[in-house]
Ligand binder design. Structure first.
Ligand code: FAD
Length: 315
């Protein structure tokens, strides 16, 4: 959470959410859509002012936070936060999924904290918890190479929609959805070339331009070169009209996993028969089945189901 962009958002409606993540559990998606606004107000009641009350994306609503301020407020409210102390027994699992393990096993870059190895998942399964579908899925972002954690946000190459995306033989890998996580998950061998023309370089991506993002790749030590220097002939494309044509080497990076422990609307982990397990709850990326088949706000799901898990535990 501390490393993130801090945009806590939701789709406008449950229907939009489900259309975007068609294999996710509609009941869990409904909770995110219906509970998020109250949860954001609760955050503010802890003394965290949002940096912005909009996401800058017409497809979504939410608020943007300075993640240091947010973390400080949550630590203050929680009181007893211990670092370097892995849990032994737990009632609420919230270890952030198994992105580190997935990235290592698939030979992909990791764009997240290195400790989310799946300890919550393993613990939940050992106690009899069941898993959702889509365990191979993740929230993907393209990076120009291995970068320092302080550059996870700024070095992300988020302009596939303006680029011709090519594999190592020069084949067109097709179009990406608006969030580009779909494309990143299907890059062959976890890598590609993004080729852009001068018009694309002028396009805006959030508060920067594609040219800024290409420059970020170059200064992070990435491979940025004239497209004529690629080891294959670049196919003709409506995306490459105005020279110069620039090619950027990108690699798929795992931000977090989206499959995980199966939970119900009260954040209770379900066993193999779909029955809630006594005394075992999961929230955040340890809980799967919310974004299956698509992309959504991991911060929103963590906030909403973290609060629900606490309420269930107290009840
Ligand atoms: C670069 C980046 C940008 C992002 N931008 C956004 C964004 O703008 N909007 C959005 O919605 N989402 C964003 N995300 C995703 C978001 O950060 C996650 O979805 C969210 O943090 C998940 O919350 P969580 O509590 O499940 O996991 P985390 O926030 O990862 O917290 C899990 C914690 O558990 C700890 N842990 C792991 N194993 C153990 C163990 N055995 N014992 C004790 N502790 C353990 C980890 O160290 C970690 O501190 C971004 C993520 C990254 C990395």
């Amino acid at each position: 959470m501390l490393l993130s962009s801090g945009v806590v958002w939701r789709h406008h409606t449950v229907e939009d959410f489900h259309a975007e993540c068609p294999d996710g559990d509609p009941a869990l998606q409904r909770r995110v859509v219906e509970d998020l606004d109250d949860a954001l107000d609760w955050l503010e009641s802890l003394g965290v002012e949002p940096a912005a009350r909009e996401t800058g994306n017409p497809l979504t609503v939410g608020r943007r936070y300075d993640t240091r301020a947010l973390t400080a407020a949550l630590v203050r409210a929680a009181g007893d936060v211990r670092l370097d102390e892995p849990f032994r027994e737990a009632g609420i699992l919230a270890t952030g999924g198994f992105g580190a393990r997935l990235a290592r096993e698939r030979g992909l870059l990791l764009r997240a904290n290195e400790w989310s190895e799946g300890d919550g998942l393993d613990y939940g399964v050992a106690r009899g918890g069941s898993l959702t579908a889509g365990l191979e899925q993740f929230y993907g972002r393209a990076l120009p190479g291995r970068v320092d954690e302080g550059e996870y946000v700024s070095a992300a190459q988020l302009y596939a929609r303006h680029a011709l995306v090519l594999d190592d033989e020069g084949h067109d890998l097709g179009e990406a959805a608006w969030h580009e996580s779909d494309l990143v998950q299907r890059l062959p061998g976890g890598r590609a070339w993004y080729v852009v023309d001068a018009r694309a370089l002028r396009r805006s991506v959030r508060e920067r331009t594609v040219a800024d993002l290409v420059e970020a790749a170059r200064s992070a030590g990435g491979d940025v070169r004239p497209a004529a220097e690629l080891p294959f002939a670049v196919p003709a494309s409506a995306k490459l009209v105005e020279p110069p044509f620039v090619a950027v080497r990108v690699y798929a990076a795992v931000t977090h996993t989206t499959g995980g422990l199966r939970i119900d609307e009260q954040a209770r982990v379900l066993d193999g028969d779909g029955r809630p397990m006594p005394g075992l709850l999961a929230a955040g990326a340890d809980a799967g089945g919310i974004f299956t088949g698509g992309y959504g706000s991991g911060l929103a799901a963590a906030l909403v189901f973290g609060r629900i898990a606490a309420e269930t535990a107290l009840a």
